[in-house]
Design a protein around this ligand. Structure first.
Ligand SMILES: Cc1cc2nc3c(=O)[nH]c(=O)nc-3n(C[C@H](O)[C@H](O)[C@H](O)COP(=O)(O)OP(=O)(O)OC[C@H]3O[C@@H](n4cnc5c(N)ncnc54)[C@H](O)[C@@H]3O)c2cc1C
Length: 414
């Protein structure tokens, strides 16, 4: 027997997973997406022969929801190497993770990323967190700032400035590391247990793979929802759609659900620049961390060293993704960022061509506290209306997918 119509609003990772779970329970949901294509924040553009993700984004292979819903081999995941390449004003050096690459123990011991004590503490922290469950990484740390936590562990200023601030500043999209320590602990565990990877087809292929698993879902793009009320969705053009089976709001709810209009989601932004270098920059598949307060750059990565398919025509040279410290970039700063990149990469002058600037205003939700998970009915706001999206749990792809699953389980439980 046909189940009553359910509607999902937003075809990002959360909405797509919600659709998948509803299908598995025998529903044939309607998925409404305001944009001209699915994916939400998982978007990749083809620009001048390159794949450009909208903002530097990696897939952490250890995320439980990634393992649950994605076929890693079909995505053709290409891994970054563990460790990093640090650029200070005076020095450029690599550091390795000896727990992941035992052969690199000497490089790791000698690296000036921190003191010997720091390295021992780092190894101990990695081992401790790996032994904990994901929930336990969060417990007791859901609202304490990461920076306070790092200081409380006794790390030196050297390793804070050369590793923690640029690395986690790039992940949290804020330099002060005020994001709850639960996220630090969880992400540290994920990086330590699995890989940070790029899909060969760009980050959008994650969304495409989720959508490709949908068989009974009617996906309608270019369809913006204006308002959600009990059992009903009103589109921007005035059309009303009935949803007696339930509604999952998998987009920021304050814009469509009047009862939450006074509680807007707070966002963190990021600014991402792409450059093409006509010289190959061999960076050994490492993320580059900039520890230089005079530089506009926080991190950069040579994407084609990790995933050569980001250069669509197999051309020579390198594709470099640069994430800036500040989220807002004035046009005049692009030239300055190029100069900074030349300095850090030690590429010759005139080797870089600027390709594109992405300013992502709503990149990650600014949440405090954060949570790993909750009961499936937790996001029920009444009248068979459920909320999903990373803003419901914590700012990660893993959380977005989990929230979609839980919202769908909630609908099915009523
Ligand atoms: C630059 C950047 C870097 C990131 N790096 C990482 C990373 O390294 N690791 C990690 O785990 N996570 C990372 N993330 C976060 C991750 O991408 C997100 O957590 C995840 O994609 C969010 O999915 P979502 O479905 O919750 O939201 P979204 O992807 O934002 O989906 C919401 C969808 O709802 C649609 N929508 C909005 N309003 C309406 C409306 N009124 N009607 C219909 N549709 C509507 C939107 O168009 C959108 O498609 C990064 C994000 C960015 C932007």
């Amino acid at each position: 027997m046909q189940k009553p119509q359910t509607i999902i609003i937003g075809a990002g990772a959360a909405g797509l997973v919600a659709a998948l779970e509803l299908e598995r329970a025998g529903h044939a949901p309607l998925l409404l997406e305001a944009d001209d294509r699915i994916g939400g924040r998982l978007k990749t553009d083809e620009v001048e022969g390159f794949l450009l993700d909208r903002g530097f984004q990696v897939l952490l292979t250890e995320y439980p929801e990634v393992k649950r819903y994605l076929d890693a081999s079909a995505l053709g995941l290409k891994n970054f190497r563990p460790g990093g390449h640090v650029h200070t004003r005076q020095m450029h050096f690599r550091f390795a993770d000896p727990l992941r690459e035992p052969a690199q123990i000497i490089r790791s011991t000698l690296s000036p990323v921190g003191t010997l004590k720091d390295k021992l503490k780092l190894a101990r922290l990695g081992l401790n967190l790996r032994a904990k469950s994901n929930e336990d990484c969060f417990k007791g740390y859901t609202d304490k700032p990461t920076m306070d936590y790092i200081w409380s562990l006794g790390f030196s200023e050297q390793i804070v400035e050369r590793f923690f601030r640029p690395f986690f500043g790039g992940i949290f999209l804020e330099q002060e590391l005020q994001t709850p320590a639960a996220m630090f602990r969880y992400i540290f565990k994920m990086f330590g247990s699995g890989a940070a990877a790029l899909p060969v087809g760009g980050i959008e292929s994650v969304a495409k793979q989720l959508a490709g698993q949908l068989k009974q879902t009617d996906i309608r793009c270019n369809t913006r929802v204006a308002e959600v009320t009990a059992g009903k969705v009103r589109l921007e053009d005035g059309t009303e759609l009935a949803a007696p089976g339930g509604i999952i709001i998998a987009c920021p709810p304050d814009k469509v659900f009047p009862r939450l209009a006074g509680e807007p989601v707070q966002w963190k932004s990021t600014s991402n620049l792409y450059f093409y270098s006509n010289r190959r920059l061999k960076e050994n598949r490492l993320i580059n961390l900039v520890s230089d307060p005079t530089s506009l750059i926080n991190t950069f990565a040579v994407l084609d060293e990790v995933a050569p398919t980001y250069k669509l025509k197999g051309q020579g040279g390198s594709l470099i993704s640069v994430t800036l410290r500040e989220a807002v970039t004035r046009q005049s700063q692009i030239g300055q960022a190029e100069q900074d990149l030349l300095r850090h990469s030690r590429l010759p002058n005139d080797s870089l061509t600027f390709l594109k600037h992405y300013e992502v205003k709503q990149a990650l939700p600014n949440l405090n506290p954060v949570t790993f998970s909750y009961a499936a009915t937790h996001s029920h706001v009444g009248d068979r209306i459920f909320l999903a999206g990373d803003h419901q749990l914590n700012g990660s792809l893993d959380a977005a997918m989990r929230s979609g699953r839980l919202a769908a389980e909630g609908v099915c439980s009523l």
